[in-house]
Ligand binder design. Structure first.
Ligand SMILES: NC(=O)c1ccc[n+]([C@@H]2O[C@H](COP(=O)([O-])OP(=O)(O)OC[C@H]3O[C@@H](n4cnc5c(N)ncnc54)[C@H](O)[C@@H]3O)[C@@H](O)[C@H]2O)c1
Length: 320
């Protein structure tokens, strides 16, 4: 049985966008990290992106330029999974979202890892229980769902399976707190965990409002951004219910819930757009709205600017 103090080394399996991003966060917190990927090119690109992201953060007051080299030096790379896993106490799998591939990775990790090592999967939507099902070390396997970009979004959903013992949950929660994340414990292995269930309940209603002609896409987004969305970082649903009163919340739900979208299928308009090849930014900017290349670039820049400012303020408020 491990404790947080026993976690000395991290291994990352898969060096794609999430893999190298998570590796960077562990290295920023002082952990030596072994990052495995099949392809040398992925590892090289990952290291390049890490250096660029660390520089980007430092230039915006999140970290220091003179620490970039030391952080980079904590990350070693390998094309041999066993080499990365052998002396790791915590392994984070971040390969492509494919059940058979993930099961294969965990089955191989069985023989490669220290007996007590915790093995985490960064799956976005798949069941950690099913991913663990072909492994001999099912009780060491847990979900840790990071959010993109991993070096900015604090949330990590720690998803237990029915076989996860309490010490694995405790060490995983403690480790993510120690690296400056905001881990939350998802006590049941349910599709969408916590945050994607919330997010897609909102998306389903947004797309339904557009589909039903109640408002166009831009108006739907503005209604959220300039209204309830603005207060969400401070006042989320359960807090809001407490603030306005549960009796008022009950009256509103008694009246309105029956009118809300409750389809178990994706929106027909969404399917139609996908069939027509209108995928948004990746297909010339036509999606729910039409975006010029400049508008696409500006939106991405605004998002990063907003996130860095929000994290800086969060850190300041917490005296970091
Ligand atoms: N991108 C996101 O927003 C996001 C957020 C949270 C979690 N995730 C999850 O993180 C995981 C990785 O996603 P990503 O966005 O980094 O994807 P990515 O495509 O950037 O990286 C996937 C990695 O898997 C490797 N890979 C693919 N097939 C492989 C194989 N057969 N054997 C070994 N390695 C193989 C690739 O080489 C690559 O390094 C997925 O499970 C994804 O659902 C993604």
């Amino acid at each position: 049985m491990m404790k947080l103090e026993d976690v000395k080394k991290i291994a990352i399996v898969g060096g794609g966008s999430m893999g190298h991003g998570c590796a960077m966060v562990f290295a920023q917190a002082g952990y030596p990290v072994g990052m495995y990927s099949r392809r040398l090119e992925t590892l090289e690109k990952g290291l390049e992106a890490m250096r660029a992201d660390l520089t980007f953060l430092a230039e915006r007051g999140l970290g220091r330029l003179d620490e970039v080299d030391a952080i980079m030096a904590r990350v070693s790379t390998t094309q041999d999974m066993a080499e990365a896993a052998a002396d790791a106490d915590f392994v984070l799998e971040s390969v492509a979202e494919d059940m058979a591939l993930k099961q294969d990775v965990f089955s191989k990790l069985d023989a490669m890892c220290k007996p007590d090592a915790i093995l985490a999967t960064n799956t976005s939507v798949m069941s950690p229980t099913e991913i663990a099902s072909t492994s001999k070390k099912r009780d060491r396997i847990i979900g840790t769902h990071w959010w993109n970009p991993p070096f900015l979004i604090p949330l990590v959903e720690v998803v237990q399976t029915e076989e996860t013992p309490q010490w694995v949950i405790d060490v995983t929660m403690d480790l993510h707190k120690a690296i400056g994340k905001r881990p939350v414990h998802c006590k049941k292995d349910v599709p969408g965990f916590i945050a994607n269930r919330l997010q897609h309940a909102l998306w389903r209603e947004a797309l339904s409002i557009v589909e039903r002609g109640i408002a166009d896409a831009k108006t739907v987004d503005e209604s959220l951004k300039y209204g309830p969305g603005l207060r969400l970082p401070v006042l989320a649903p359960c807090e809001n219910a407490d603030m306005v009163g549960l009796d008022l919340t009950l009256s509103i739900h008694n009246y309105v819930l029956k009118y809300l979208e409750d389809s178990h299928e994706p929106s027909p308009l969404l399917k139609e757009k996908v069939e027509k090849g209108e995928l948004g930014f990746k297909t010339g900017g036509v999606g729910y709205q039409t975006w010029t290349p400049e508008e696409q670039k500006a939106l991405r820049a605004r998002l990063l600017g907003y996130l860095t400012k929000a994290i800086r303020e969060m850190n300041e408020a917490e005296g970091k």
